[in-house]
Design a binder for this molecule. Structure first.
Ligand code: UD1
Length: 429
């Protein structure tokens, strides 16, 4: 198993290209199941989760072809992927596949909408809480599907098609919003999704579905309206930039000091994390290329914050923020409100000398003068990158085990950080 070795203490200086968003790419790829035409996606990041989803979609009969790369001046490239679900040969998504990545459960939406049936294993994915699927089931039942749970599978049937409905989510859920929206595009009549997730990835999916012929308004707000159409066509769509990758490298630059341009980053979708970074003591400047992050000499200030659905501070940046304030002058409080158990990085950060106490869903982080390198374990995707951030500022050598967690969501992390002067290398087993 690969490991990452970091020797900390060097400021980051240079340019980091921001890749296409993993959390937009996955639902966009899944949307290919809604049409027998070809969906072309540009700026697809080369990530383990994307590779896994290609295999899962392949199992349903989707042809996934990588059609080349778009190179920028510093060698960054996003792939162009053509997805063609001309014939769906299997409406079952088996346990061995869905258990590896929770988002693959989302195929249930397009499959039931287009095929009138789906049999999808209950998911696994990152071990960050129980992550139930009740709200997906409620939404699909509202749209007229019959649902049974049988042998660990969600079995959905709608032999006469789905019918438009009002779906009112009792809590904000990104995944169930994606699924309800995709399913409603092919339902008969109008659907309204209330308390919908406002995450930019929902708006990106809606933009692509609209190019495919769907009739959607309000995506990106709490109320989405969808007028069902009989069928969708192919389209070409460019995946939006990754706001979590943007925030992660911004926090890394603030942690080490230096000046880094996040090339291709979109300021609009990272407003709250950038406000937080400014409060902590970094300079954040939108530029023509993206966003510039700078911290020269000034200390880091502590912060009190809760994670929230968009436009609040994202849970996917909670671990990275925690790594950063490990070096702040004073006591920070970070409350996790989206997922229980999303504090697995705490004990690993402690191995590097961090002073963190957990009280239920609140982490109290008392800034320390210095972190020291150690061997640590990556436990989930975002937790593992918080260890990279801490390692970049720790004295001496940090070795991160179980790097496959990082590879699920961060493209070429060692090249991107190495290009800005960090001493970071992958040790292949
Ligand atoms: C997505 C993101 C993930 C991010 C999360 C929250 C992708 C691929 N993943 O995950 O990176 O951390 O949004 O921003 O885009 N819930 C239920 N019942 C359900 C569904 C969800 O109770 O049926 C709960 C979850 O347990 C959680 C909350 O709703 O407490 C939000 O989860 P959700 O927004 O659905 O997360 P994901 O879509 O899985």
């Amino acid at each position: 198993m690969d490991r990452i070795r970091i020797v900390g203490g060097t400021p980051l200086n240079g340019t980091i290209p921001i890749s296409g968003a993993k959390n937009a790419t996955l639902p966009l790829m899944i949307a290919s199941l809604l049409t027998d035409d070809t969906l072309v996606l540009d700026n697809v990041p080369n990530l383990a989760d994307v590779g896994l989803l290609k295999r899962i979609l392949g199992n349903h009969g989707v042809d996934c072809m990588v059609k080349g790369k778009r190179a920028s001046h510093n060698g960054h490239s996003g792939e162009t992927v053509e997805l063609s679900a001309r014939a769906i040969i299997d409406t079952t998504a088996p346990y061995e596949m869905v258990s590896k990545m929770r988002a693959s459960f989302w195929v249930v939406g397009p499959l039931i909408a287009r095929m009138g049936q789906a049999r999808v294993s209950l998911p696994g994915g990152c071990a960050i809480g129980t992550r139930p699927v009740d709200l997906f089931i409620d939404a699909l039942e509202s749209l007229g599907a019959d649902i049974d749970i049988d042998g660990g599978y969600v079995v959905a049937r709608a032999p006469n098609g789905l019918k438009g409905a009002r779906i009112s989510f009792p809590k904000v859920t990104v995944g169930a919003t994606h699924v309800a929206m995709m399913a409603a595009t092919l339902a008969q009549g109008e659907s309204v999704i209330e308390n919908a997730a406002r995450e930019p990835e929902v708006a990106d999916l809606a933009a692509c579905l609209t190019k495919m012929g769907a009739r959607i308004s309000g995506a990106g707000t709490a109320t989405i309206r969808i007028e069902g159409v009989p069928s969708l066509s192919g389209a070409r769509h460019t995946v939006m930039p990754d706001r979590i990758e943007t925030g992660t490298y911004a926090f890394a630059a603030a942690m080490t000091g230096g000046e880094v341009t996040l090339e291709g980053a979109t300021p609009d979708i990272v407003k709250r994390p950038m406000e937080v970074l400014t409060e902590i003591g970094a300079e954040v400047t939108p530029t023509n290329e993206g966003i510039r992050i700078k911290r020269n000499g000034a200390g880091l200030k502590p912060i009190d914050i809760s994670t929230e659905p968009f436009p609040g501070f994202p849970t996917d940046l909670q671990a990275q923020l925690m790594a950063l304030v490990c070096r702040a002058d004073g006591e920070s409080h970070i409350r996790e409100t989206i997922f229980e158990n999303r504090f697995m990085h705490v004990q690993e950060l402690a191995r590097l000398g961090a002073d963190i106490q957990l009280d239920g869903q609140v982490a109290k982080v008392t800034g320390v003068e210095r972190l020291t390198g150690a061997e640590v374990m990556a436990t989930d995707l975002r937790a593992s990158v918080s260890l990279v951030i801490a390692g970049l500022a720790a004295e001496g050598e940090t070795v991160i085990n179980r790097v496959y967690h990082l590879d699920r969501g961060f493209e070429r992390i060692e090249q991107k950080l190495g290009g800005c002067g960090a001493t970071i290398e992958r040790l292949s087993a």
